[in-house]
Design a protein around this ligand. Sequence first.
Ligand code: PLP
Length: 375
Amino acid sequence: MDLMETYKRLPVRFSYGKGVYLFDQNGKRYLDMIAGIAVNSLGHAHQELSEAICKQASKLLHISNLYENPWQEELARELLSEFWTSGKVFFCNSGAEANEAAIKLVRKYFKDRGENRYRIITFHNSFHGRTLGALSATAQERLHSGFEPLLDGFDYATFDDFESVLKLIKPETAAILLEIIQGEGGINEASAEFLKKINDLCDKEGLLFVIDEVQTGVGRTGKFFAYSHFDLQPHIITLAKGLGGGVPIGAIIAKSSVASAFSPGSHGSTFGGNPLACSASLVVVKNVKRLLDSVEKVGTYLKSGLEYLNVGKVKGRGLMLGLEIDKDCQDVVLRALENGLLVNCTAKGVIRLLPPLILSEGEAKEALDLLKKSL
Ligand SMILES: *Cc1c(COP(=O)(O)O)cnc(C)c1O
């Protein structure tokens, strides 16, 4: 094989998709309950999305950020209308890049104020990406192994444990970075009380509250941003996965008073927010805003269906769900593949469901039947 061995790939070759289904080279159909890891938010071959991509591709793919970009301006407006306060947006190409931008913005914000605050508190079992800054923010030893020394400036607390956060506060602490629901860590939910305490601590100590919405954002949990389920006022949020419906795009949104720490030359990206990616994302964002009620409703149906299976703890919200079983779930994933169902196994024992947000109740029922057969 000519490819680096970075992935353990399942033995299947897909040739096309339609809605929530994928078809392999032999024409076998699979119900896609993973959506390219929360990416294909509008499913496969969505007509409006593919038309927008084709139309933009025939006009202009890329212009760099040397020039004005009305596609970014329109997309930023759509995103900011969901943000809790006035903000500004920066576009990049992936989740790791979005978090890198957030880390840099945190540092620059305090440097500009003449304060020596740069340390960021993150959480065990978090996932923020594979680049060195984002990897250093990710508190998982198995992912660090072999890449040390990591970037300095991160302190690791226990998720959903407020006391563990307090113990880590130092004069140099600048920010707290967390996921509302830890995705790669196994669909771990933070409690409303914990999140509120973190929010208020940031307020009181002048820390920046940064929420990684790369997996939870853009409708995944039934609200446009997952933090909106709670009474929270984040300074920075990061987005990627579902934002482009399959076209790579990432973004960070920051409260205006924080965003102003970036000035011309501070940060940048050659590809970030090019006309192709923004045109695709605009279609995704507008459609997702109309799908939120359905995500909530189908998510609730799917969650109670998983609970009814009575095989393990069910976690998550909206269409970001996990079923914790007491064995390694890779066998289940393989059996499901045979049965024409795509799911994924994360944190060893958690079967993760991240279907396209267009999933109907009928399709959710089909997924439950196929999953039951595979267990
Ligand atoms: C996937 C993920 C990332 C990294 O995104 P990439 O696009 O793979 O770099 C960061 N944070 C969270 C919460 C994620 O789920």
